[in-house]
Design a protein around this ligand. Structure first.
Ligand code: SF4
Length: 352
């Protein structure tokens, strides 16, 4: 292990990309970056990370913000539940720990939204603790390095990966060691075309030695994402410059907590668009035919939507139903799908 650690750290020191969250040891900033990086590419995250920390530079500023402000700074990154959990976790840090992210791993892992991975990343990078991390990149590196050929995602494989990561991390600079594993997975030991010739640990790599690099890690058989048919209604009030659009939000919706256009699952018997308006508590003049059809792919679902326009909309505003001018729309968090639906109904007014 000592030789492996040494090679990984040596390589990391000269090959690591200069990323904004690598210039800080602030546990809060590292926490924000790790949550944003879950499921999202580094290049996409950088501007979001910088904007988010400019607006919410400390746990106290984030804790004091309302959810709409937080979601509007997350808008476009997807996986909005992450933002809401981060917000909840940071509020707890402010309430229980005076705004200081706890050094104790146990306390960190008890925070909302902080799982083993995020706790380990904060612990090792910010506090120099020998806490392991296993994410997608680390899984690929460790599976190949140690020749782990059982399917990823099973309890036994997960245990083995965490055990190997925990064996590697103790020693000098545990945070750099963890980041070296992640960086190696992101830039050298990639899913397609890994560059074993440029790899600092090729001499110790079981998969490389056995010529089975492309076969590892072993994926668990997955079901193809199912398609869901939906009807969405873009309901507007007023005309021209004074036009505004009605949005609703509820925890149960696909994008829980975000404002979105009224939407229901299609049942194929007609009247669905009217049902979407009824459910939203909006009365409006509904167009007889859809204005557009939109297909939208989420990680586990494929959505097929018919988009209807409705005009002269009337309703009472409430916590879950509001009429937004264009300017007000810019201030709240809406999903990429909502932007697409607004643009599909009114291409001259909204952009996706
Ligand atoms: S030798 Fe190849 S397969 Fe092994 S860790 Fe390095 S890049 Fe990955």
């Amino acid at each position: 292990m000592a030789g492996l650690r040494h090679e990984l750290l040596r390589w990391y020191d000269q090959a690591a990309r200069d990323l904004p969250w690598r210039r800080t040891r602030d546990p809060y900033a590292i926490w924000v970056s790790e949550v944003m990086l879950q499921q999202t590419r580094v290049e996409t995250v950088i501007p979001y990370y910088e904007r988010f920390l400019k607006r919410f530079p400390t746990p106290a500023t984030l804790a004091a913000a309302d959810e709409d402000a937080v979601l509007s700074h997350w808008s476009g990154l997807g996986y909005y539940r992450r933002a809401r959990l981060l917000h909840a976790g940071v509020r707890e840090v402010v309430e229980r720990y005076g705004g200081r992210v706890p050094e104790s791993a146990e306390d960190r892992r008890a925070l909302p939204g902080v799982g083993r991975y995020t706790a380990g990343a904060i612990g090792s990078i910010a506090f120099d603790k020998p806490e392991p991390v296993v994410d997608g990149n680390v899984t690929r590196v460790l599976a190949r390095l140690f020749g782990i050929d059982t399917p990823v995602g099973t309890a036994a494989t997960t245990q083995r990966l965490w055990d190997e990561a925990a064996r590697l991390v103790p020693g000098e600079r545990p945070g750099a060691l963890n980041q070296a594993l992640m960086e190696l997975g992101a830039t050298v030991c990639t899913a397609q075309s890994p560059r074993c010739g440029a790899c600092p640990v090729a001499a110790d790599c079981v998969a490389h030695r056995r010529g089975v690099v492309d076969a590892l890690p072993v994926a668990r058989a997955r079901k193809a994402p199912g398609a869901i048919a939906l009807v969405a209604v873009v309901a507007t009030s007023g005309k021209g410059r004074h036009r505004s659009v009605w949005l609703v939000r509820s925890e149960a919706r696909l994008f829980g907590g975000l404002w979105g256009v009224p939407m229901v699952q299609r049942n194929g018997c007609g009247g669905d668009a009217r049902a979407a308006l009824r459910e939203a508590g909006i009365s409006a003049r509904l167009a007889p035919e859809p204005a557009a059809r939109v297909e939208h792919v989420l990680t586990h679902r494929r959505l097929r939507l018919e988009v209807f326009r409705a005009t002269a909309a009337r309703a009472e505003e409430s916590d879950t139903r509001r009429c937004f001018t264009d300017a007000a729309l810019e201030e709240v968090g809406v999903s990429t799908l909502t932007r697409r639906l607004l643009a599909a109904a009114s291409p001259s007014r909204y952009t996706a």
